[in-house]
Every structure is written in structure tokens, then in C-alpha cells.
Design a protein around this ligand. Sequence first.
Ligand code: GTP
Length: 147
Amino acid sequence: MKSVTEISAQYSTRTPTLFCFSVDRPDSQQNLLHLCVPEIKLFCPTVPIILVATRSELRDDEGIRKKLATQGYEPISTIEGKALEARIGAYAYLECSAKTKEGVDTALEIISQSALNEKKRRSTVGPAKFCKRPKYYFLLGFHSVEE
Ligand SMILES: Nc1nc2c(ncn2[C@@H]2O[C@H](COP(=O)(O)OP(=O)(O)OP(=O)(O)O)[C@@H](O)[C@H]2O)c(=O)[nH]1
């Protein structure tokens, strides 16, 4: 997963950005909610977020269900995914599995469509600016686009 530092360095303020979590990894959803989303909202508030649930076929995998159950978890459901979409104000919520290919075509279609919509919007409202980067990233030793 790209860090928000990388996103803010490379992307314009309106480039649609994919945030992915894996349905068998409740921690990946928590990382998005508590680390990535607050940062991108702070530094790139106008970036449209497309939320993607990956490895969706693992919801029906008994081995995964059992493993998660021993830790007190279940695979992340569609309802939870949609709740996260609403909570972070995402542009779209998608689910797919690279393994079974389910949802992949739809995901690619919606992602392309959002990029085309953005291109259209840009031609009417002018060019996008780059995201403002937080100063403390310098202290942590990240590269800067200004360097
Ligand atoms: N079950 C399942 N496994 C998948 C799926 N997509 C990817 N994987 C597995 O997930 C692992 C990581 O896949 P990659 O395509 O390398 O994805 P990545 O984002 O580069 O992964 P990381 O390097 O782990 O961050 C591999 O072992 C893949 O086989 C999927 O749809 N279902």
C-alpha cells in the first residue's frame, strides 16, 4: 500500500486515489480508517477516494473464517465496507477478487470512469494543484518534491 506521503508527493489534489483493504485482514481496514484517511483528509482534502475491498472470495473460505474466529474476528463484510465508504466520504466502494476475477471488470470500469470525469472537470475548472505536504515529513527523512 502506498503511504499518504507518497500520494501527496505524486498526485494532484483531484487525482482519484484507490484505498484498498483485504477482507481477511481487519487490521488493513483499521489502518485505512485511523492512519491513511485522516492524513489524506488533512493534506489532500479534495482527493476523491475509491475504496476497494480485495480478496473478496476469502469471505467464504472456511480456513480463513476459522483463523479469524480464533482472534475474535470475522472477514470484513459488504455492510462494513459500505459503512466505511460512508464514514470516509468515498467516491465509490468496490469489491473484487484477483483470484476469481469477480468484480475486477467493474472495478476497472469505475476507476477509469472516475479518471475521465476528473479530466472533464479539470477542463472546466482549470488545472489541479499538488497536495500540500506536511513539514514533519522532512524531519522523518522523506524526500520532498521541492528538493
Ligand atoms: N486469496 C487471494 N489472494 C490474493 C488475491 N490477490 C492477491 N492475492 C495474494 O496476495 C499476495 C499479494 O499479492 P500482490 O499482487 O503481490 O499484492 P501487493 O499489494 O503487491 O501485496 P503486498 O506486497 O503484500 O503488499 C499474493 O500472495 C497473492 O497471491 C485475491 O484476490 N485472493
